[in-house]
Ligand binder design. Sequence first.
Ligand code: GLN
Length: 242
Amino acid sequence: MSDSSLRLVWVYPDLLSTYGDQGNALVVERRARQRGLDVMRIDVRSDQPVPTSGDIYLIGGGEDRPQRLAAERLRRDGGLSRAASNGAIIFSVCAGYQILGHEFINDLGEREPGLGLIDVVSTRGEGERCVGDVLADIDPQLGLPQLTGFENHQGITHLGPTARPFARTVLGRGNGTGDGTEGAYNDTVFGTYMHGPVMARNPQIADLLLKLALDVNALPPTDDRWYEALRAERIAAATQPA
Ligand code: GLN
């Protein structure tokens, strides 16, 4: 593997990988290799330091207790925050998304500090858990087709003034605030409630991260007929009357 490899860091698979989150790492790797790029994947367990020299970081979803442990260890370690201040690209899902915000409610019912890399605060929803299919139109600035996903969370996430909504829901609860927003981002740090894993359904998200990492506007095209068929199937399944 050459020094010029793209460094893809998957953060804490031992704590935050409840929802097939490895799928996102596999899709980023595959989409990069399809374009002839070398990829070095680095899986970082929660007892290891998070390297600061990665290009793209992925952090996934998890249950409430592992989520608290992950937040404690990431705060103590500091590597992910340093990587973010170096301009790294970070993509987070659900529990990972909440951890990247300013705070969330932990499994003990207490306010747990996050890393503050996305300007959001998560509270605990009083109503029913948000579970089900999601269809969402991504922020037009990011220029991707409609996203399909699946959400499963109790947390409700409120955007602060500097965060942009990642997407707007057509179906599903998204951030759960009732304002139609789904996920959030600040610069190159992204968060979403969509599992799936979301990049297996929407490989364009992986391409977005690759473009940011390579600082290019476009990548060579790929044959996406399989993904398009999956998208059509998920949209039909999500929107058909019960
Ligand atoms: N524990 C968090 C919540 O329920 C995140 C769950 C998840 O990652 N699916 O809001």
